[in-house]
Design a binder for this molecule. Sequence first.
Ligand code: AP5
Ligand code: MG
Length: 388
Amino acid sequence: MNDKIILFDKTFKPFIPYQKIERAIDSVAARINRDYGDSEDVPILLCVLNGSVMFTAELMKRLKFRCELVSMKLTSYQGTQSSGKVRQVMGLTSSVKDRRVIVIEDIVDTGATVVDLVDILRGEGASDIKICTLLLKPQVYDKPLKLDYVGLEIPNDFIVGFGLDYDQLGRNLRDIYVLDTDADGTPDTLMDLKNAGKMKYYVLFGPPGAGKGTQASSIAAKFNLCHISTGDLLRKEIAAGTELGLKAKALIDAGELVPDEVVEGMIWNKFNTEKGVNGFLLDGFPRTIAQAEALDAMLDKRKESVTALLALMIPDEMIFERIKGRAAVEGRADDASDETISNRIRTYHEKTEPLVNYYKGARKYNEINGTGTIEEVRDRIFSVMENL
Ligand code: AP5
Ligand code: MG
């Protein structure tokens, strides 16, 4: 493998050598041959362009049953992560009606595209749909849809090569490379320096139950921001049963904070991998003075700074009322007992509220009345953001 690859403004380092990719494809092909080897019908392999072109070609060479190739090209709307947002840039090159289809994907991350694709294929009358992906990011995959054939699991990093691109470059690399963040995120090229200072970094602040999560999606959609909730990220780790999740669970269930360095690492990773947004909406981070200082240091390295803190404020009695309401609907473990809720409120006053003065000192503090209807609060937030 080459040592390092530079594409536009980014440096990538070796990650998965071709030999390992080949072994993964051998194993996926063996499983598909076992399942389809004695088919009487002719199943369709659906190549999702452009990324899965290399994987499809390598996989097809290894399949020992009669099969057809159909292609299509999709694109996700930038800056959104939810389902229902893919667009067909090029429709199916052939009908899938009453046919068994194996979808060939290069990579599945949140799974939003693949969920929409399955809906499209059902609508087109496919009789059976299986999903085959070379790569899966289990840390971010959060859809109930079963992935039938997975080549390799990888962390939530930004990668190129073997069909995957960075702004259309890098697809032709035989091996897979990962974004080199060891270069500590310092802008290392002229292009990074030129873009520095253009991204927005909003902190959505407030006590538990203030409505941060409720308001975040409409703010992120309106201003094309990537919403990062450290609470949601931690709950995903818990649900996936990772080592980090197991450690975090006891603290969260008790209403305590997890260690600063854990959440700081998550935020840093997101800053370095999200593309196509105008900035970030941080929900539940920073939560201590140390985290606020770490955030300033991270942004300083990128020649950026916090744009504004949006503080949603509600009285403590209302916190209880709202969290109790949510407990009945969502079943979050840390909403279940009065004791945990009280401890979260205490933790907020002791460790998080000091950030009010920190951001007032930096002249970035904007207080917003969080009481009233969801729409009223949303309009107040929009009006503050539009007048910044
Ligand atoms: P996290 O998930 O961030 O929990 P939290 O801070 O306690 O905040 P919530 O998610 O409970 O409240 P919210 O403001 O999002 O309210 P929501 O919109 O849901 O963190 C969980 C845990 O993870 C922490 O305790 C900690 O252990 C750990 N953690 C996370 N980040 C960390 C960090 N940086 N460092 C260390 N540890 C960290 O609204 C609540 C309810 O009210 C909903 O049911 C909603 O429908 C309702 N509601 C909202 N607005 C209105 C309205 N206007 N009118 C009526 N009802 C409303
Ligand atoms: Mg929340």
